[in-house]
Design a protein around this ligand. Structure first.
Ligand code: ADP
Ligand code: G6P
Length: 470
């Protein structure tokens, strides 16, 4: 039986943070581009967001009830501790995540992880089938839920189903490693429209339907044996430009950014990195580059300082634990060699921050370093540009981040070529203000129109154009 929501978003996580109060846990809307973009669409269409709260529940516990927040209906999907371990930490983040990011860390495959991935995807699909109204539009998000489109279509052929992958989609040679590759592709082919960050992702996907499933893709689509056509395309995600711009203009944020500079000892240059503590982000190499420049005396501390914010992430996974050890060792080494009493060369912050504090950090930074080894988009790079309402600051950006396709006026670099990154960083540190302003203005002009609202609209318009099954 159909539900009553005519627009449903399905994502691994609900857009909420759990807040523990004496009366028990409650939820607060978490900041983030995706929810900002989709909240008005959800509010307008009596929409529902289906996802996990981030906390595990024992099997015998009842799933938390659906609740309303800012005009959206939120529908929690429970995960038990062992499901979290096998579906989330296992297949999603130890098999798919490294594989889809160029295998920069060795992907691990375990058969029992796959079983749990399938089971949890089925749970998300069942929940969606229950809440979606007749002929509703459903938008499934990201690599954790690649089987949902087909599982959903089986139960509800009336739905219009879109899927968007936020991370890169790998080339044929890499994807072919995946033990359940055919099932994953068939899962995605349950959608009417499969969206990627870059045209190459769409191309890889269509090629794979030929190599693995023997289908015949033509142009931007592929016809299935049942006669249905699936379209693949690129829809580069963006940020809420206006939100970050407004924050950055707020007098309190400006004051806070001045305070940050003074707390850092009023250095000539502040170099900033803001990333989840993830091995795809290239944090270790970035630190090493800074150390080498100090050793070579091309930079000197404390005239130049580095601030590295590394948000805690997926902390129970071994590869993340060993990354933390390596990063912290490098920070210790740099400060041991180049710091002074009360004056660190690298300020390392393993913490989460409010949007206001992030905006202040962006404004305080002369150079922003975004140097992932591979990244679907990288929103931090775009946020930095949005925050520079003063047209100052310089962005050093990896060619391997999706954002590099749009932010061409950044100092683009190959993060594997340490000498090349050093040159880019030195050019950014010594940039002439007129050149900096010219580059920043151009990037800002682009992002002002290519924001997250435009992204959601272009995907949903394209989805609307794809045919319902006749
Ligand atoms: P990923 O999705 O891989 O983490 P992105 O750069 O695309 O990388 O997005 C990260 C998002 O998380 C950005 O919106 C950024 O502002 C936010 N973020 C990163 N670090 C922190 C932090 N320490 N505190 C709060 N938000 C953060
Ligand atoms: C990336 C993924 C998202 C994920 C986010 C945070 O952006 O594409 O799907 O939600 O990282 O990771 P986490 O594992 O904490 O949800």
């Amino acid at each position: 039986m159909a539900g009553s929501s005519s627009f449903v978003v399905v994502a691994n996580r609900l857009p909420v943070d759990q807040v523990n109060t004496p009366e028990g846990p409650t939820y607060r809307r978490s900041p983030g581009g995706l929810v900002t973009a989709l909240q008005p669409v959800l509010a307008q269409h009596k929409g529902t967001w289906i996802g996990w709260t981030g906390a595990t529940t024992k099997h015998e516990d009842r799933a938390p009830e659906a609740f309303e927040l800012d005009g959206m209906e939120l529908y929690p999907v429970p995960l038990s501790p062992s499901e979290m371990e096998r579906y989330y930490e296992g297949f999603s983040n130890s098999s798919l995540w490294p594989l889809y990011h160029d295998a920069v860390e060795q992907p691990v495959y375990k058969r029992r992880w796959w079983e749990e991935y399938r089971r949890v995807n089925q749970r998300f699909a069942d929940a969606t089938a229950k809440v979606a109204a007749q002929n509703a539009t459903v938008w499934v998000q990201d690599y954790q839920l690649q089987l949902v489109p087909a599982m959903l279509r089986e139960q509800r052929p009336d739905l219009r189903i879109g899927f968007f992958l936020h991370i890169p989609f790998p080339p044929v040679e890499l994807f072919n490693q995946l033990p359940r590759r055919a099932e994953v592709l068939k899962g995605l082919l349950g959608a009417d429209l499969v969206g990627f960050q870059r045209p190459l992702g769409a191309h890889n996907f269509l090629q794979l339907t030929r190599h693995v499933l023997g289908l015949r893709p033509r142009g931007d689509s592929v016809e299935l044996p049942d006669g249905r056509t699936v379209v693949a395309g690129a829809f580069p995600i963006s940020i809420d430009f206006a939100e970050m711009q407004n924050l950055a203009q707020n007098p309190e944020v400006i004051q806070r950014s001045e305070e940050i500079r003074s707390e850092l000892g009023n250095p000539r240059s502040v170099i900033l990195g803001v990333d989840r503590l993830d091995y795809t982000k290239g944090i270790e190499r970035r630190l090493k580059i800074f150390r080498e420049l100090l050793t070579e005396k091309r930079l000197t501390a404390p005239e130049v300082v580095m601030v590295q914010v590394a948000t805690p992430s997926r902390e129970r996974i071994e590869q993340y634990q060993s990354l933390r050890v390596k990063v912290e060792r490098e920070v210790g080494r740099i400060n041991g060699e180049y710091g002074r009493v009360g004056q660190a060369a690298v300020h390392y912050l393993h913490q989460s921050y409010s949007r206001t504090e992030l905006a202040a950090l962006y404004r305080a930074a002369d150079v922003m370093m975004v140097t992932p080894l591979r990244d679907g988009m990288n929103l931090v790079a775009k946020e930095y540009v949005a925050a520079r309402v003063d047209n100052a600051g310089a962005l050093v950006l990896s060619e391997f981040a999706g954002a590099a396709a749009e932010l061409r006026q950044a100092f683009l670099c190959n993060p594997h070529d340490l000498d090349g990154v050093k040159e880019s960083l030195m050019r950014a540190v010594t940039i002439d203000p007129t050149d900096a302003a010219r580059r920043m203005r151009t990037m800002r002009r682009h992002l002002r129109t290519h924001d997250v609202q435009a992204w959601a609209e272009s995907f949903l318009t394209a989805l609307d154009r794809t045919g319902r099954t006749a």
